[in-house]
Design a protein around this ligand. Structure first.
Ligand SMILES: [Zn+2]
Length: 222
């Protein structure tokens, strides 16, 4: 009943990302392996991604074993990419709402809507003369928009939870881990909100949920 992680390595930081991410899923699978009802073992998708994305941050404690002198740079990249993912993920979800509410949009109108969202969520992006992105076609490279309606926001919820665990781990690693372990031990017996309550962490739907996290992260990145 030991979990196995299947992954490919290519000598980039992606190797570490995959290994630590999948270790979170593997740990959750291992922790709930003896549940009487297997249907209870796995929570909904956003909570599963909390297991994995948070484990990526708990692994910071051992990141020097992978990166040596480059550890700080790797942490910086990891935290930064986690933060800038959130507005992008929200943008994908928002775009899906627009296209499902307005099925008659022409291709050109869809590109226009995407560009409006770019200005709203990522005003700092400059596409210059990269025609594909500058013309609003960027949404086309996001597979989920074609295949999985309204699923993408799950990653934003999970990223927010993972950043909360990260933020707590900066202050008190053992306490953060204990909360995470409680979250994992419930498997799928509770809803996403119920799991957050079990771990006694902020629920991402609440106003201001990002504020503390963003503050801790901004301080760290300085
Ligand atoms: Zn995952």
């Amino acid at each position: 009943k030991a979990p196995f992680i299947f992954s490919n390595f290519n000598g980039t930081s992606g190797d570490v990302d995959v290994l630590t991410h999948e270790a979170g899923h593997a740990f959750a699978g291992y922790t709930t392996r003896d549940f009487e009802f297997s249907a209870n073992a796995q929570p909904t998708m956003e909570s599963c991604e909390c297991h994995s994305m948070s484990m990526e941050f708990f692994a910071w404690k051992w990141l020097d074993l992978f990166y040596g002198d480059d550890t700080d740079r790797a942490k910086y990249m990891h935290l930064e990419s986690a933060l800038i993912f959130i507005p992008y993920g929200c943008m994908v979800d928002h775009f899906q709402h627009i296209v499902y509410d307005n099925p008659d949009l022409t291709p050109a109108e869809r590109h226009e809507e995407w560009l409006k969202l770019e200005k709203l969520y990522r005003p700092y992006m400059q596409f210059g003369d990269v025609e594909f992105y500058a013309s609003g076609r960027g949404w086309q490279r996001q597979l989920h928009i074609y295949h999985y309606p309204f699923y993408y926001i799950d990653y934003c919820l999970a990223q927010t939870v993972s950043l909360e665990f990260w933020s707590r781990s900066q202050k008190d690693w053992a306490d953060a881990w204990e909360r995470y372990y409680k979250f994992v031990c419930e498997g799928g017996k509770k809803t996403f909100v119920g799991l957050c309550e079990t771990a006694d962490i902020r629920i991402p739907f609440e106003d201001g949920a990002l504020k503390d996290i963003a503050g801790t992260a901004a301080d760290w990145l300085k």
